[in-house]
Design a protein around this ligand. Structure first.
Ligand code: FES
Length: 172
């Protein structure tokens, strides 16, 4: 069954004027529609924090792109969230360099501190934990990205402060 068949038409999403303006700007700047799909998905995610199936369908119609093409891009790109996430998404690196420098232990400590496993969101919807392969900062291993901030040379003793600072940032 295709995604289109699974989504009732009354769940088609109406994008906001701001979303449409940003997507239209992308379309103006890019001669090939297929080149805008990932950036258009990021726009939707920036406004809604995640990208639902209904959003994918609506965006495919808005861009006049095959639904299967857009679905493939959204599935392949692991920074497009396909289910609701917390206010902060923690991406500890699970690449080999980070693991050699204690990354696996750091991921375990994060799981224990937040009481969630990889891929899960805390009950208060503050944090989601999604490990990612090499983040391109191996010389600063172990590393983690949290809402676009890169944390380098992470040590277990720093985790409480990192988590508390992130909590404070989202409570402002
Ligand atoms: S393996 Fe973690 S940044 Fe490269």
């Amino acid at each position: 069954m295709t995604l289109q068949n699974q989504i009732p038409t009354n769940e088609i999403v109406e994008f906001s004027d701001v979303e449409k303006a940003q997507i239209d700007k992308l379309l103006l700047e890019n001669p090939h529609i297929s080149g805008v799909s990932i950036d258009a998905l990021k726009i939707i995610q920036n406004h809604r924090s995640w990208v639902s199936d209904a959003c994918i369908l609506s965006l495919s119609q808005y861009l006049d792109l095959p639904l299967s093409d857009l679905e493939s891009v959204a599935t392949f790109y692991n920074l497009i969230f396909r289910q609701p996430v917390g206010k902060v998404v923690l991406h500890p690196c699970d690449g080999i360099s980070c693991d050699l420098m204690g990354g696996e232990h750091i991921r375990k400590c994060l799981s224990n501190k937040l009481e969630i496993n990889n891929g899960q969101t805390t009950k208060d919807n503050q944090f989601t934990l999604i490990s990612l392969p090499c983040l391109g900062a191996c010389d600063k291993a172990p590393v983690m990205i949290a809402n676009e901030t890169l944390f380098e040379l992470i040590q277990e003793k720093n985790l409480p402060l990192i988590i508390n600072n992130l909590k404070e940032a989202i409570s402002k």
